[in-house]
Ligand binder design. Structure first.
Ligand code: HAM
Length: 424
């Protein structure tokens, strides 16, 4: 019999790596709270329509990457490839606009896209994202971008990142932008890659974003969205930039930046790690002032971003994982009676919030001490037969390599006292 393997592109996160994930999740949650975001948890699957309408029929995601299935009730359901459309679905379904004019929510969890797996590109991956729904104000754009930048640089401590910013217009000026690019590209269609030839009909803006060399050459001379913004969009963009300057967020304007989902209007941005190779976008986002209406709601502006956590993990230097400091206590015992006493002590210590470990495999004392080192505990409590008879235990401080004898009925209090000194 052969072993069953996991699905390609859907990696396991093993215990050696999960502490890094937990650290990132914890610092992110704390920062999001400071910026006034509350968590929303939507299901990992939705009616397929949510994504077809929300993301757009001609996009790569909807066209080729969705995990869609028909359930026993003949309903078409899809594993979420992203969470903006689901959040808007929930926002409308639960009339969240009634609670507050500006709704600020964040989410954290797995997304699913059937892409060709490669380094940095998975079929199940994780995002932390935010959505701020209800305001046109450039101050929201600035706060959202500031939050993204602070998360990446100050909280996750990723070096060498770049923030790219663009404006891609709105309902007023997009048709003109589209038309100008279309006209330019149509005359040169034979020089485009096959993907972009397809994009000509569906979404000519996406050609600006193509990484193929031939297309890039063409794009260099192509009309850019920034050149044809209407006055309102140009003014909005200028205000966003001025606020980012005020907050000292180091962005560069990238007039070729367009995003892969149809709902974007005006501000679009990405955080890129130039050292990561092909899949170097760590996070992306933008405004979606038309999406709520497309999803059946009243005209309502919105903006948000999502961070790809696998790419964040790949960008964190190994030093950042510097071994966690010594913590807790290992109870090492000799003989059955000592082990029973040890289990009782441990029960009390754990109840009082101390991380506590004991041998469960019948190891020798030497083996137990080796394990205590591996488990990176600060203290080792040694219960030998002789000591036990005298009602004592030996408490060893693993960092200072010092030992003291402690009466058994003082052990818990003594350990709590030491822990208190250390952390207080
Ligand atoms: P997105 O650009 O499709 O935007 O995805 C955001 C980030 O998720 C990417 O920058 C990347 O780091 C990560 N990502 C995407 N696909 C994969 C994959 N196959 N494997 C690994 N990581 C991946 C959105 O999803 C929008 N919903 C963001 C947003 C929120 N816009 C407004 N609000």
């Amino acid at each position: 019999m052969h072993n069953i393997k996991g699905v390609r592109g859907a990696p396991d996160i093993l215990p050696q790596k999960s502490s890094r994930w937990q650290r990132i999740e914890e610092v992110a949650r704390a920062a999001l709270r400071r910026y006034g975001y509350a968590e929303i948890r939507t299901p990992v699957f939705e009616r397929t329509e949510v994504f077809i309408r929300g993301i757009g029929e001609g996009t790569d995601i909807v066209e080729k990457e969705m995990y869609t299935f028909t359930d026993q009730g003949q309903e078409s359901l899809t594993l979420r490839p992203e969470a903006t459309a689901p959040v808007v679905r929930a926002y409308l379904e639960h009339q969240m606009a009634a609670q507050s004019a500006l709704v600020k929510v964040y989410y954290l969890g797995p997304m699913f896209r059937r892409e060709r797996p490669q380094s940095g590109r998975y079929r199940q991956f994780h995002q932390i994202g935010v959505e701020a729904i209800g305001s046109h104000q450039p101050a929201v754009d600035a706060e959202v971008i500031d939050l993204l930048w602070k998360l990446m640089v100050e909280e996750f401590r990723i070096p060498g990142l770049e923030l790219r910013l663009n404006s891609i217009g709105d309902v007023a000026c997009r048709p003109e932008i589209r038309e100008r690019i279309l006209r330019y590209m149509r005359d040169r269609a034979s020089e485009l890659c096959t993907d972009c030839q397809g994009r000509l009909g569906r979404n000519p803006l996406r050609i600006l974003d193509c990484k193929q060399e031939g297309c890039q050459r063409l794009v260099a001379g192509a009309p850019k969205p920034l050149e044809s913004l209407c006055e309102a969009c140009a003014d909005h963009f200028a205000q966003v930039r001025s606020l980012l300057d005020l907050l000292k967020i180091p962005y560069t304007v990238d007039d070729r930046l367009v995003r892969g989902l149809d709902y974007y209007t005006r501000t679009a941005f990405e955080v890129v790690n130039p050292r990561l190779g092909a899949q170097n976008a760590l996070a992306g986002g933008g405004r979606y002032d038309g999406l709520i209406e497309v999803m059946g709601g009243p005209p309502t502006p919105g903006i948000g971003f999502a961070i790809g956590l696998e790419r964040v993990m790949a960008s964190i230097p190994a030093e950042a994982d510097a071994q966690t400091s010594l913590d807790g206590v290992y109870v090492a015992t000799i003989g059955q009676e000592a082990h029973r006493t040890g289990m009782l002590l441990l029960q009390e210590l754990r109840r009082r919030g101390v991380r506590g470990l004991i041998d469960l495999e019948g190891r020798s004392l030497k083996g137990q001490m080796r394990q205590a080192n591996k488990d990176r505990v600060r203290y080792c409590l040694i219960l030998g037969e002789d000591e036990l008879a005298k009602g004592h235990a030996t408490l060893r401080d693993m960092a200072k390599a010092e030992e003291q004898s402690v009466p058994l009925d003082h052990v818990v209090a003594r350990l709590l006292e030491l822990e208190g000194e250390r952390t207080g």
